[in-house]
Design a protein. Structure first.
Length: 166
């Protein structure tokens, strides 16, 4: 009823035989990519900062970071995961933010998720947000279509009673 395709069967490795790199597309019915000129791009694993690590300074990457230790500074990444034992004191800017531990500072992300063990003291600017039951959060939440563009804008400050008298 079903038959196995010969394309995916194990065969000689490219290094084993020079003939293995040449495939006639007319026989298989589909084009075969030439991996010599365009190798497949694998996603690098997330960088991990262990629980015994204390970093003072800013971190910036286009990749993923998982923090288990303490960071005193701002972080910019693609995906940032704050571990249960981790503490971040500074601003976080990432496409995806998952907070399991403690954050003291502003969080800016397209997708922000606070798990049940999260402790956040600061404002959250997001496109989508999920807050699990049990998460602790003190601050304001603001939805923006583009929360990653800081543009030097601060959160609006409401006028005080003293400012109204002037």
């Amino acid at each position: 009823m079903f038959s196995k395709s010969k394309i995916n069967e194990p065969g000689p490795k490219v290094a084993d035989s020079p003939a293995a790199t040449t495939v006639d597309a007319s026989k298989t019915g589909s084009p075969v990519p030439d991996f010599k000129t365009s190798p497949p791009k694998a996603k690098p694993p997330a960088s991990m900062l262990s629980s015994d690590l204390l970093i003072t300074g800013n971190l910036k990457t286009t990749g993923d970071i998982q923090i288990e230790g303490q960071v005193d500074g701002d972080i910019r990444a693609h995906l940032l995961t704050v571990g249960e034992s981790a503490t971040v004191k500074g601003e976080i800017i990432a496409d995806d933010v998952v907070v399991n531990g403690r954050v003291i500072g502003r969080v800016r992300g397209l997708k922000v998720r606070l798990t049940s063990t999260a402790r956040v003291e600061g404002d959250i600017i997001h496109k989508t947000i999920a807050i699990e039951s049990g998460a602790h959060f003190e601050g304001s939440v603001q939805r923006q279509d583009d929360p990653l563009s800081s543009g030097g804008q601060k959160m609006p400050v409401l006028p005080t009673a003293e400012g109204d008298k002037a």
